[in-house]
Design a protein around this ligand. Structure first.
Ligand code: ADP
Ligand code: MG
Length: 381
């Protein structure tokens, strides 16, 4: 390990997604809580244009610190280090080694961070990293593929339809008729690949459905159209690689029409619109056990690793539960649901970080190909 016995952790935050600011908040909490006797933190900020920066990276992103230096990761596992990009005028001219990394913690939410893209780069670079790999991240990000994987595994999801933007634009009346034949109002419209409720609408009639499809189509080529229900929202934190464990159940109580962007990020804690987190959720023990079982099955079905938060909708009328989504890099501030659920389950925030880094190192070691002698001999045909 670099620098004596300390593990050098690259914490990556910011990024090109709409959840840039949320990521900064999560990263601030993570960096403050990583045990300084065990870890040396290298903060790496990605600005909204996708440029990677070091040198008080948080200040660089929030105050435009001119001293921040652009860096790169090479897709070469022999390097496994951050390289500083030396500029000649406007052009990158050379790369010099800056810091070898032992493990990376991508604290990035949404596209270009939580969707398998950064994970692909880290795979190429041969670096261990916290959280799901390429497939788990990509499936967790794409609401349509996620639902297909849930359905294929017999896991409960709400009735839904996939609408292609091009179809919607070419044949709007046919698309509306198809939706109205399959679902009843209210209907939710969502871009397949986004988060933080951006582009999501609750539609109560045909006019709102048209508006909702139009809005979702701003963000993605593929639109998820889903049965709306009057629901309680329950969430479970899952932690682990091949043998994941599930936390107690939490509940979010949005005070707005639904848990939209404003409810998630704009409402102040004392305001009327603030979303309350109830931990543990007031539900029967048998239901909590059933949800934990579903959460672990969903987590394994998408090949998650490290961490993931599985979100459920519980129909207030029928009592039925549905898996809504999985977040492979959930909000990670000290007051976020993911770490709060672990705290309530007996795992403190710093201990959770230790565990995540250990899981990243374990998974990396496990992925290395076994020596030929250790592989089972091929069977005779
Ligand atoms: N089918 C549905 N029925 C009722 N409410 C829903 C439904 N789908 C989404 N919502 C509401 O919209 C919010 C955001 O939707 P979600 O699918 O979780 O997207 P995101 O990935 O942006 O969090 C949910 O937290 C919930 O409040
Ligand atoms: Mg959600």
């Amino acid at each position: 390990m670099s620098s004596g016995q300390k593990i050098r952790v690259g914490v990556i935050f910011g990024g090109r997604s709409g959840e840039h600011e949320v990521s900064l908040r999560s990263a601030r909490s993570v960096m403050a809580a990583l045990d300084a006797t065990r870890y040396e933190v290298v903060p790496v900020g990605i600005d909204k244009n996708g440029r990677w920066l070091v040198g008080d990276a948080l200040a660089a992103l929030t105050q435009g610190n001119p001293a921040a230096r652009p860096v790169a990761l090479l897709p070469d596992p022999q390097v496994a280090a951050l390289l500083q990009i030396e500029q000649r005028g406007e052009q990158p001219a050379a790369l010099t080694e800056l810091a070898h990394l032992d493990v990376v913690f991508p604290v990035l939410h949404g596209p270009y961070g939580e969707d398998g893209t950064v994970q692909g780069l880290l795979e190429l670079a041969g670096l261990p990293y916290v959280g799901a790999g390429v497939v788990g991240s990509a499936v967790g990000m794409d609401k349509a593929i996620f639902k297909q994987v849930m359905a294929a595994n017999g896991l409960p999801i709400l009735p839904w339809l996939l609408v292609n933007r091009s179809d919607w634009r070419k044949r709007p009346s046919a698309v509306l008729a198809q939706i109205e034949a399959a679902l009843y109002y209210p209907i939710f419209t969502k871009p397949a690949n986004l988060g933080s409720s951006v582009g999501i609408s609750k539609c109560r009639n045909r006019a709102e459905l048209e508006k909702g499809l139009h809005e979702a189509a701003v963000y993605d080529r593929r639109l998820v159209v889903e049965q709306g229900i009057n629901a309680r929202e329950l969430e479970i934190s899952v932690l682990g690689n091949d043998d994941p464990i599930a936390s107690v159940v939490g509940e979010i109580c949005p005070r707005r029409e639904f848990y939209d962007y404003a409810a998630k990020y704009l409402a102040e804690p004392d305001s009327d619109e603030y979303t309350e987190l109830i931990i543990p959720a007031d539900i029967p023990a048998a239901l909590a056990d059933a949800l934990r079982d579903l959460a672990i099955r969903a987590y394994k079905a998408v090949d998650c690793a490290g961490l993931g938060r599985v979100d459920f909708l519980l129909d207030k009328e029928s009592g039925q539960v549905y898996i809504n989504e999985i977040n492979t890099i959930p909000g990670f501030t000290r007051i976020s649901m993911y770490p709060k659920l672990w705290e309530a389950s007996g795992l403190s925030y710093p201990a959770l970080l230790d565990r995540l880094i250990a899981l990243a190192l374990e998974r990396h070691a496990e992925k290395q190909p076994a020596p030929l002698s250790a592989q089972p001999a091929p069977e005779d045909e």
